[in-house]
Every structure is written in C-alpha cells, then in structure tokens.
Design a protein around this ligand. Structure first.
Ligand code: ADE
Ligand code: ZN
Length: 342
C-alpha cells in the first residue's frame, strides 16, 4: 500500500521526474529542435526563411493552432532522407529516456513528406530504425502511429494508407491531426478492418461535438487532447464510464491559447471527474519542453494536484497505451516501487 498522504509536496518534482511513464501524444515532427532544423537544412541544401536558430525560435509565438501548424509544416521541410527521420526520432528518444519514459507511441505525418516528393518508405524506415534502436539501447517500447492530416481530403488519406500498407508491421495504429475540420470515416473504417488502433485529435480547439463524432463515427480508442469535453457534462460522464483515455498536453494548450495559463488548465478537474487523463508533450520543440517539464511545471502551477494524482497520471498512461496487459503490469509494479520508497 502506498501512503500518498505521507508524501510531502516538496518531493513531488523529483518523484514526477523519477516515475516511469508512457508518452502517448508526441508528434515526432514536433520534436524537431531549431538546431536540428538548421543542421538538416545545411546537410540537404534546403533554404530556410530564418537567418538563425534564434530568429526561428523567436517566431514560435503562436496565437492559435493554425499559426503553429504553418511553422511546424515549414520546419518539417528539411526532412528528406531516411537518416533525417532517424536522427529526429533518435534525438527524441534520448530525451525521453532521460525523462524515464518507458514506452512511447509516436505520431508521424506522412502526407507532410509525401506531398514534397519524399517516399513514404523513407519516412517509415527511418523512424522504424530509431524505434528499434530505442528498444535495444534505451529499453523504451517505441511504436508508430500514422496520422492523417485532417485539412486534406479523404481520398488523399486513402491513397496514403495504400502507400503505407507494405510497411503495415511497422505501425500499430492511425490517428487524425492538423486543424479540426471534418472527419474521414471511410479511411478509419478501413483501418479498423486492418486491425489498426484508432485515435484522433478532438476537442482541442473544436467543441465537444468533435469528441462525440470521433467516438461515434470513427470509433476511436483514445481522444487526443479532448480538454473541451468539460463543456458537456453528459460527455464527461460518458468518457469516465467508458474509461476513454484523453491524451492531454498542458504546454501545448497554453502555447496555442486553449488556456490562458497553466494555472487555468483543467487537468485537475479532468482527474477529479474520474477521466483517464494522461500528460504528454505534443510538439515539445515548439511548446517549451519535454514530458517531465510538462509534469513538473503543471504540478507547480496547480497546487491542488497531489502525489496520488501523479501516480494516477502515470498509471493512466500505461492503461491507455496499446501495450500488452503483461507489460502494463510490469510498468505498474515499477511505478509502485518508486512511490513506495518516496
Ligand atoms: N499536429 C501537430 N501538433 C498538433 C496539434 N496540437 N493539433 C493538431 N495537429 C497537430
Ligand atoms: Zn497533437
């Protein structure tokens, strides 16, 4: 039995850093740091619109999701070769290992690359190689989730799925990201038949109706973000009843002005409503920090969050992952051990 009440708040930052955790909402293109963007631009002879790393970083002042996406897609233009995708993912895994991430399910946006003439094979092979090495050398269970871009047509998504199918064994699921517009139900139905896991961004900027249609039309197994569910009390009850995970991204929500500040974030309310909320970094290179920073700063900003909440968030991240039950049990035992000795 863990005595959560005996853990002083002062111990929380160290505990949050030390606890094993899974990251379930990270766009690997969003981990591309300005330094790596410049390095890859030079290596590949790609011209950038910014004269320096500092100038690029200074442009990271977003007013909403679209203002971020414009810069994010421009940053990804330096990725051309298999080794570029490998280098990007490997840099993330090294940071994740330092944050005690034991499992990561990485989103990638193939259409961002195929639209520029980069073969999907190049994208998937580079990322897959990094995932394999992360498992072997860092002990991280690393999986890929292919995301369809919501601002493109369903036909484009169907073509992308066909292009990806020769590499079916290299990704465990599909997601839906980019600006919240419409749903591609046919491509999700096809992915379901193929035994892929299904997730979707919904209720980030869009209203609760997006969450409901992700559940009822797309039949997703997790909602990415979903923080706007609180605007619909019935929906909150349903999410709690169905134990539908929400992959919450505090830094992202503040940078994209979904909340004015971390102090106003609704993470505590989501947990108190019995929701399976998790903490994630979304696009850490753009939003000010990786997973542990999200945890530590959010707990500092929200004094109502407790040691039990910290444990619950890590536990939720395992439960919400697409890992095996045996694996989840092992991680939970490691989590308990960290809290028992706190
Ligand atoms: N692509 C990368 N980050 C995203 C976000 N926060 N929302 C939607 N699409 C994204
Ligand atoms: Zn996201």
């Amino acid at each position: 039995m863990i005595d959560f009440d005996a853990i002083p708040r002062a111990k929380l930052p160290a505990l949050l850093r030390a606890m094993p955790k899974a990251e379930l909402h990270i766009h690997i293109e969003g981990s591309l740091e300005p330094e790596l963007i410049f390095k890859l631009a030079k290596r590949n002879g790609v011209a950038l619109n910014y004269p320096s790393v500092e100038a690029l970083r200074a442009a990271y002042a977003f007013t909403d999701l679209q203002s971020f996406l414009d810069i994010y897609y421009a940053g990804a233009s330096v990725l051309l070769k298999e080794e570029d995708f490998f280098d990007m993912a490997w840099a993330y895994f090294e940071k994740a290992a330092a944050d005690n991430v034991v499992h990561a399910e990485l989103f990638f946006d193939p259409q961002t690359h195929t639209a520029r003439g980069v073969p999907i094979e190049t994208v998937i092979r580079g990322l897959h190689h990094a995932c394999q090495r992360a498992h072997q050398e860092l002990g991280i269970g690393a999986k890929l989730i292919l995301c369809f871009l919501r601002h493109l047509s369903e036909e484009d998504a169907l073509v992308t799925l066909e292009q990806a199918l020769p590499y079916r064994e290299h990704f465990i699921g599909v997601g839906l990201d980019s600006s919240e517009r419409g749903h591609p139900p046919r491509v999700f139905a096809r992915c379901r038949e193929l035994g892929l896991h299904l997730v979707a961004h919904a209720g980030e900027e869009g209203p609760p109706e997006y969450i409901k249609s992700a559940l009822d039309v797309l039949h997703v197994q997790r909602i990415d973000h979903g923080v706007r569910c609180v605007e619909d009390a019935e929906l909150v009850k349903r999410l709690a009843r169905e134990r539908m995970p929400l992959t919450v991204c505090p830094f992202s929500n503040v940078k994209l002005c979904v909340f004015k500040s971390l102090q106003e974030h609704n993470l505590k309310a989501l947990l108190d409503a019995g929701l399976c909320a998790t903490v994630n970094s979304d696009d850490p290179a753009y939003f000010g920090g990786y997973l542990n920073q999200n945890f530590v700063d959010t707990f500092a900003a929200l004094p109502a969050l407790t040691a039990r909440d910290a444990w619950q968030l890590a536990r939720n991240s395992f439960d919400a992952s697409f890992a095996s039950d045996a694996q989840k049990k092992q991680w939970t035992a490691r989590l308990d051990a960290v809290f028992a000795t706190a």
